[in-house]
Design a protein around this ligand. Structure first.
Ligand code: CUA
Length: 463
């Protein structure tokens, strides 16, 4: 087979010639077919990328984008990334150009060139070597100055804003987040008792104001990350970390645990909802109240659950609707109002299911029966847009999916397994319990379809 011309500038033939050169013994496709093949592959790639339109691929504005940001901390970090990219691009172009020039200029032009002895080797050029060292140091200085400035500026709330900063405490649990508003007081019972306000998985904050978050963990190392608002900081046992964030304006932001923390790390999510001053004050006032009571007493006509056919879900199938996906803040506002067509008797029945099973051992519902603190506080659960650690949208379908079989949604979760001591015995049972090492798991909570429907109605009434 004839050797191809060494002209590397015929771009379209580059790949074909490289291959036919090194595989002389192999049959190769005619160049026109190869060329059409490459064009078709490129077109297919473009079409595939166009399919990503749903997450605004071209604008790089997905829910967890670090490129389209909404706060000063994330913006400073993005600027640093862009500076690093520019410096890298300049280095790439300079090195690439020198390499391309040398490759082309000193290529083998004839059979004799290919077998010629290598040129005499020297110890290099001191001027070039010194210039390269100086250029490298300069490139690092260009990156280092904004880096150090950025670390200084984003580590904590700037001095000028410190007094006005809003403080909250975020605690990571396997696999959900607890948010404590220690400066806010909530009612703990109907006799005038007070407690700090506690919520879970949705951190509601004032927009346009510095948020100083104290990061804690209950168990292993987690990491708190809201990509559109700022970089991540770890939640480390026995270490008090802080994180500073600020949202430019009201908005709804996706957060994610960013440190591997066990089976369900990937689905350990949360949300940050930033509200203007007035709406935030209204939210605080609402959250300070005891849980809503829709029906004071159990209706006589139990059971009333509509036995709906439970959809079979594929494991971890994305549990969100398009309406929520496109306008999450609107969906969040809608969740603050009572559900339409509330059925007081069904809600009372659900409250009884919650009380009779082990739910109250782990979950607090202020003013109702639950007082446990090992699971998320559910006092105003119905006003949240998400459940199961920000994984599923908080609608009737997804809530029922969760309480029907938590293990299928979130591997290893404590709602299913409860807490087990070193001898394998359940100290606090979940859906399953065990009597000790090697005894195996036995059912502890068994919900009928009626129970599930009633429980969904009750939990959704908690606004
Ligand atoms: Cu918590 Cu990963």
């Amino acid at each position: 087979m004839q050797k191809p011309s060494p002209t590397l500038l015929t771009f379209g033939d580059l790949a074909y010639q490289t291959f036919s050169f090194s595989h002389d013994h192999m049959p190769t496709l005619p160049s026109t077919i190869a060329r059409y093949g490459r064009a078709a592959a490129a077109l297919a790639g473009v079409l595939l990328l166009a399919g990503c339109d749903k997450i605004n691929f071209w604008r790089m504005d997905g829910h967890q984008s670090t490129i389209v940001v909404d706060g000063p901390v994330a913006r400073e970090q993005l600027d640093l990334f862009i500076i690093t990219c520019w410096v890298s691009l300049v280095i790439f172009i300079v090195v690439g150009a020198v390499l391309a020039y040398a490759t082309f200029k000193f290529r083998a032009r004839s059979e004799a060139d290919e077998h010629a002895a290598p040129p005499e080797q020297s110890h290099g050029n001191p001027l070039i070597e010194l210039s390269l060292i100086v250029a490298s140091v300069l490139a690092l200085v260009v990156i280092a100055i904004p880096t150090v400035k950025g670390i200084w500026n984003t580590y904590d709330v700037p001095e000028a804003e410190r007094k006005d900063a809003y403080e909250v405490t975020a605690t990571g649990y396997q696999w959900w987040f607890k948010f404590e508003y220690k400066s806010e007081t909530a009612m703990s019972d109907s006799k005038g008792g007070k407690t700090p306000l506690i919520t879970a998985n949705e951190l509601v904050v004032p927009a346009g104001r510095a948020i100083r978050i104290h990061l804690r963990t209950y168990d292993v190392i987690h990491s708190f990350w809201v990509p559109k608002l700022g970089g991540k900081v770890d939640m480390i046992p026995n270490r008090a970390n802080i994180l500073y964030l600020k949202a430019d304006k009201p908005g709804y932001f996706w957060g994610q645990c960013a440190e591997y923390c066990g089976d369900s790390h990937a689905v350990m999510r949360f949300r940050v909802i930033a509200l203007d001053k007035k709406e935030f004050a209204e939210w605080l006032e609402q959250q300070a109240q005891l849980a809503r009571t829709v029906a004071p007493a159990i209706a006589a006509t139990a059971p009333r659950g509509q036995v709906a056919a439970l959809r079979k879900f594929r494991e971890n199938e994305a549990g969100i609707t398009a309406a929520y996906d496109t306008e999450p803040l609107k969906a969040w506002r809608a969740k603050q109002d009572p559900e339409k067509n509330e059925d007081a008797a069904l809600i009372a029945q659900g409250r009884e299911v919650f009380k009779k099973n082990s739910c109250i051992n782990c979950h607090t519902v202020r003013g109702h029966d639950g007082g446990g603190v090992t699971g998320p506080d559910l006092t105003h659960f119905g006003s949240r847009t998400t459940l199961a650690g920000g994984l599923l949208e908080n609608d009737a379908t997804q809530l029922r999916r969760w309480i029907h079989d938590p293990l299928a949604v979130k591997p290893g979760n404590k709602m299913h397994f409860g807490f087990v001591d070193k001898d394998g015995k359940s100290t606090m049972a979940g859906y399953r319990k065990t009597e000790g090492t090697g005894k195996g798991w036995t059912p502890n909570i068994t919900l009928t379809a009626d129970d599930e429907v009633a429980l969904v109605a009750y939990l959704h009434s908690l606004k």
